[in-house]
Design a protein around this ligand. Structure first.
Ligand code: ATP
Length: 205
């Protein structure tokens, strides 16, 4: 007897530090699911971020805030695989795992513009490009982390763009806003703002 288990065929991957997740992350996820007709979107908080200059907030908190933020995104699953992995986490490894998990599926890697601009620095970029279709959302320059280049210099074969209104927000700004005891409305969900407050996160930026 053969089991007729329907495999999802259009799978998204959305990685990030999510420290904390904010409204632009949510908008990007909603745009990706809608415009790419994704059956599932893996939201994957980074484990050890070799490319970020600061230590990330404990993964337990980032996962909890992702659950609060992405709960309303149809097909979104908060995926802790990079957090559970030892050592530095590379997108190439995660994509290879997703390929194995969903044989025959198309994998869409969704990114903000600042990340797309730094693709040249990624480990095993060829593998990434072979395993995923890169889908980029514009990011207003002011909302890009300092030091990130703005203009896309790399030719990415088959790249798609996501249509999304500009959100001038970054997690860096949110951490500074908390440290200055200012209101987080409307940068994050109220439930995330409450979580940050209850757990005394980002008291010093
Ligand atoms: P930080 O300020 O700490 O560097 P961040 O706001 O850039 O954080 P990340 O978790 O690093 O957030 O971003 C995850 C993904 O979301 C990346 O692909 C990033 O480009 C994208 N992204 C974040 N903010 C925006 C935004 N305002 N507009 C479009 N894309 C965004």
């Amino acid at each position: 007897m053969s089991l007729n288990v329907e495999q999802p065929l259009r799978i998204g991957m959305f990685g990030g530090a999510f420290d904390p997740p904010h409204i632009a992350h949510l908008a990007l996820a909603l745009a990706a699911v809608d415009q790419l007709q994704l059956e599932r979107l893996h939201v994957i908080p980074t484990g050890f971020a070799w490319h970020k200059p600061r230590a990330l907030t404990d993964a337990v908190h980032r996962l909890a805030m992702c659950e609060l933020t992405f709960a309303q995104v149809k097909g979104a699953v908060i995926d802790s695989r990079e957090i559970l992995r030892d050592g530095p986490t590379y997108t190439a490894d995660t994509l290879a795992e997703l390929k194995t998990q969903y044989p025959g599926a198309e994998i869409f890697l969704v990114l903000g513009e600042d990340q797309a601009n730094s693709l040249e620095k990624w480990q095993r970029l060829n593998e990434v490009l072979n395993n995923a279709i890169i889908c980029v959302a514009a990011r207003p320059e002011l909302a890009c982390p300092a030091g990130d280049e703005k203009s896309v210099s790399l030719e990415i074969p088959g790249m798609r763009t996501l249509d999304m209104p500009p959100y001038a927000v970054s997690a860096t700004e949110i951490r500074h806003t908390v440290a200055q005891r200012m209101s987080l409305t409307p940068l994050v969900f109220d439930s995330v703002a409450r979580y940050i407050d209850q757990h005394h996160l980002y008291q010093t930026a």
